[in-house]
Every structure is written in C-alpha cells, then in structure tokens.
Design a protein. Structure first.
Length: 253
C-alpha cells in the first residue's frame, strides 16, 4: 500500500504540473488567433488531419537519441564528478565544465553536422557534450556537501574504506544521481530537438522544423505537447523508483 501511495503521489504531482501548463496555454489562446496559438482542444480535435503516418518512427528515433546522448553524458559526468570529489579537484573540474558550457549549442551543432553529416550522430553528440557539464558540476558540488565529520568519526572507529563508502559516500551520491537523472534528461530532450532541427531527416525536432516552415502551429503545439507529457511521465517514474527503493538515503543525518 505504501508503495502504491508513493507512485500515485508522484504521478499526481506531475499531472498537476501538466494541467497548470495546459491552463496557461488555454488562457493564452483566448487572446491570440488560432493560427498563432491554437487551443489545446483544437489540437486534440485535429490530430487526424496532421499526424504523419510514420509518427511512431519519429518518436522512437528521438527517444533513442535522447537516451544514447544522455547515457554518455551521465556516465562521464557522474564519474568525473566522483573522481574530482575524491581527489579534491572541485574547483578545477568546475572551471573546466564552465568553459565547456560557454560553447553555443547552435555553433557546436553546425560543426558536428559538417563533421558527421545528417543523421543521429549530430544530435547524440550535442546531447552528450551540452549535458555533460551540468551533470559533472552537479555531482562534484553535491558530493562536496557530504558529512566529512562523519567520515572522520568512522575512521576513529577503524572502519574499512568500504564501510566509509557505504555509510557516508553512497548516501550523499544517491540524491545526486537522482538529480542528474532529472536535470539531465530534461536538458537532453531540449538539446536533441535542437540537434534534429540542425541536422536530421527524422525525429520530433525534424517534424517541428517542418511544421514551423509550413507555419502549421497546430502541429507545432502538438509535438511540444507530446514532448512535455513524455518528459513529465519520465520524471514521475524516476521519482517513484527513488522514493520506493532508495528512500532510506534521504533520511541520513
């Protein structure tokens, strides 16, 4: 029962967020003509008129690119943050990642497009490179706030290194990982759409770009709605998983 309540609460929180956005959207549509901001109901009623027959292919392609790019960034960013925290290289890693964040995504996308051509490589690399700094900085800063006095106390008890990791390091790392999973995927979705805008012949970003060129705002808002719902469902799922299986790490003193 407790597990089901946690899941329902997480899903309810995300649903409230979606409803608030839809309410603002519906309100804005009252002040603008439908060819600029169509109402949510107008989009739902007209799905059959603009939804491409290969929509599932484009959706799955975008999901694959988001997952591939994010996993690369998550692995490298989290690992580099952990290593920097252990070696006390926080400032060095932060400076390096901040310098990497300065590079504009559009310029980087054009460079990757010229190097690798149209396809999945450009959006995947964009996700990996542009998401990596945020994950690395978040990891090293999160671990720097762990209880160092507790580690010193464990040493006085002659605890092994593994015991110190289990009782001090991992409890600090679990919330950081959840934060990385939340921040990283949200950012990855935005970046992969940019990459598909710049250099791709499929994916939701490609469909968005095509709809923008044709000035079909119903189609544009529909694809944005799909991305928003998928992202919020993912956030609800990962929040539930951590609440159920890792909740003890959030009550460490």
């Amino acid at each position: 029962m407790k597990t089901s309540r946690i899941f329902i609460t997480s899903l309810l929180n995300e649903a409230v967020g979606v409803l608030l956005i839809l309410a603002v959207w519906a309100g804005a549509s009252l002040f603008y003509p439908p060819y600029i901001i169509p109402s949510p109901m107008a989009i739902l009623r007209g799905i059959s008129t603009f939804l491409p027959v290969d929509f599932a292919h484009h959706l799955l392609t975008t999901v694959f690119r988001v997952a591939a790019g994010f996993l690369i960034a998550f692995g490298i960013g989290t690992l580099s943050g952990v290593i920097a925290a252990i070696l006390k290289l926080n400032n060095s890693l932060n400076s390096l990642m901040v310098a990497l964040q300065v590079v504009p995504g559009t310029i980087l996308g054009v460079i990757f497009l010229l190097m690798f051509g149209i396809g999945s490589i450009t959006p995947i690399l964009l996700v990996a490179v542009l998401t990596l700094p945020t994950l690395a900085i978040n990891t090293v800063n999160g671990l720097s706030k762990r209880n160092l006095k507790q580690e010193e106390y464990l040493k006085t008890l002659n605890c092994s290194r593994w015991q110190t990791i289990c009782y001090s390091f991992i409890p600090s790392l679990v919330p950081v990982i959840q934060s990385n999973l939340s921040l990283g995927v949200s950012m990855a979705v935005k970046v992969v759409i940019l990459g598909e805008f710049i250099g791709s012949q499929d994916g939701l970003g490609y469909l968005l770009n095509h709809a923008r060129i044709m000035f079909d705002m119903k189609e544009v808002f529909f694809y944005l709605l799909v991305l928003m719902i998928l992202t919020l469902l993912y956030q609800a799922l990962q929040s539930t998983i951590f609440s159920v299986f890792f909740r003890k790490f959030y009550y460490q003193e």
